[in-house]
Every structure is written in C-alpha cells, then in structure tokens.
Design a protein around this ligand. Structure first.
Ligand SMILES: [Mg+2]
Length: 252
C-alpha cells in the first residue's frame, strides 16, 4: 500500500460517521509464537487499540480463529469487541454469544482422525474449541508437518466435507468448522446489523480471505492482506509494523 493509498484510507476514515474496523490477531497485530499464549499485545499497542475504540462512531473487532477464552486472556482488560473461532463466537459489551447451535456431535468422527495425525507427527497437537477442532503443527518438524497436514486434509475431506463442513488450511493449523460459519459470514452479519460508511479489514491468513471477498463489492471498504501471497484483499502490507503504523495514524 503506497503513501497516497494510505492517505486516502485515513481521509475516508476521518470523513466517515459510522466505522467498522476488523483486525485479525495472530500474524496481523502480533507475530506468531511457538507457544500461542506468548503472543501478547505490547502495552503501546494496547493503548493504540484503546484510542481507536474511544473514537466516536468507531466499532473495533478483533476477529480471530482462537478460542473465545483464549483470545479473551490475550486482550486482557481491553473493552474491545471480539469475534472468535472464525465467526462462531461473538463478544459485545463484555457478553459472549454463540452464533452456532453449539451442538457438535460431528466432533466424535473427527477427533480420531486428528488424533492419528498427532500420533503420526511428533510435536503436533489437537485443540478442541467450542464449535471447532484444530490440529496444530507449529511445533512439529516443518517437513513432517507439511506432509501430515496434506494427509489430514485428504482424510478429513472424505469424512466431513460431504457433510457440509469446512476444512481450513491455515498457517500451521488444519481446522474443521461448521459449514455455516466463517469470518465472511460474521462480517456479513455485522453489515446487516448496521450501516457503515467506512470498513477496514486486515488479516494475514487464508481464513481472512472470506472477509476480504465479502467486502470486495463495497467501494467504501479497505481490505488489507499482511505478508506475501495471492489475496482477494484490495491492498497489501509487508509486515505487522505497517499495521501498527496505520493504527497509530487512525487512533491519533
Ligand atoms: Mg492471522
């Protein structure tokens, strides 16, 4: 994103009366860590987000794949709205709501497949969230992780895809979520609830593409992909530092 595009974004933000800001967490606000609980917001970023939330007419969401309890700890005392588990859980005004039925009998058939991947790939682990299951390989040998993740996606494809589930191929994580959830669905829901004249969405991973796609038709929205790779986002940032620099300008 060049200087002129950033200036346009900032003037769009300033001119708007009702703004929606959607920020992914890992890889967008904080760098990836071997141990996810180490990926904490530095104090200055906490203050920046606080400043952004305080701007009148500005709704700020952290939108993440992390489990609700997990992201809540990360964001600590920040009075920020949260969408967790790729759109399954939402926290507004400090209250969590489950946007799915919360009834997950399908987990029974997926757990053994993921447990086999854990056994086959040392260092990998299974995470059970309220509405999804994730197999992480960030701590496994890279080559082994990649090979086993491809096997897992193939095995899951045969089991859950025909039943309408989504298999998310994320950054060192393979995740199964109900087919009627996702970051894109969550953003559509927010857009249906209010009329925004400025929307900013920033993310780094494949799961963020849904949110970029569902905003592609909206001329007053800015979508930004962090890092290399093809994307449906309108703009790109090279690093987290550029995200922070933009938030600094918006919150000031
Ligand atoms: Mg991310």
């Amino acid at each position: 994103m060049d200087k002129k595009e950033i200036d346009n974004l900032i003037s769009g933000y300033r001119a708007a009366a009702n703004r929606l800001v959607l920020l992914d967490y890992d890889g967008t606000l904080v760098a990836f860590e071997q141990i996810p609980s180490n990926a904490r917001l530095p104090q200055y970023l906490n203050d920046l987000l606080e400043g952004l939330i305080m701007n009148p007419g500005t709704k700020v969401f952290v939108i993440t794949g992390r489990a609700s309890a997990d992201i809540e700890v990360m964001l600590d005392h920040l009075q920020i709205s949260i969408i967790a588990e790729h759109g399954s859980m939402i926290r507004e005004g400090g209250i969590w709501k489950n946007l799915t039925s919360g009834f997950c009998p399908w987990k029974k058939s997926v757990i053994p497949i993921m447990k086999k991947a854990v056994a086959d790939c040392p260092g990998s682990f299974l995470e059970e969230k309220k509405c999804s299951l994730a197999w992480h390989y960030r701590n496994a040998d890279l080559r082994s992780g990649i090979v086993h993740s491809r096997n897992l996606i193939r095995n899951l494809g045969e089991t859950v895809l025909p039943k309408g589930f989504k298999v998310l191929d994320g950054n060192k994580v393979v995740e199964v979520i109900p087919g009627d959830t996702g970051k894109g669905k969550a953003v559509m829901m927010l857009r249906g609830q209010d009329k925004y004249d400025f929307i900013l969405a920033i993310g780094d991973d494949k799961t963020d593409e849904e949110m970029f796609m569902c905003l592609s038709d909206d001329a007053s929205s800015y979508t930004i992909k962090v890092g290399p790779g093809k994307s449906h986002a309108k703009f790109g940032f090279e690093s987290i530092d550029e995200v922070i620099s933009l938030l600094k300008q918006l919150s000031g």
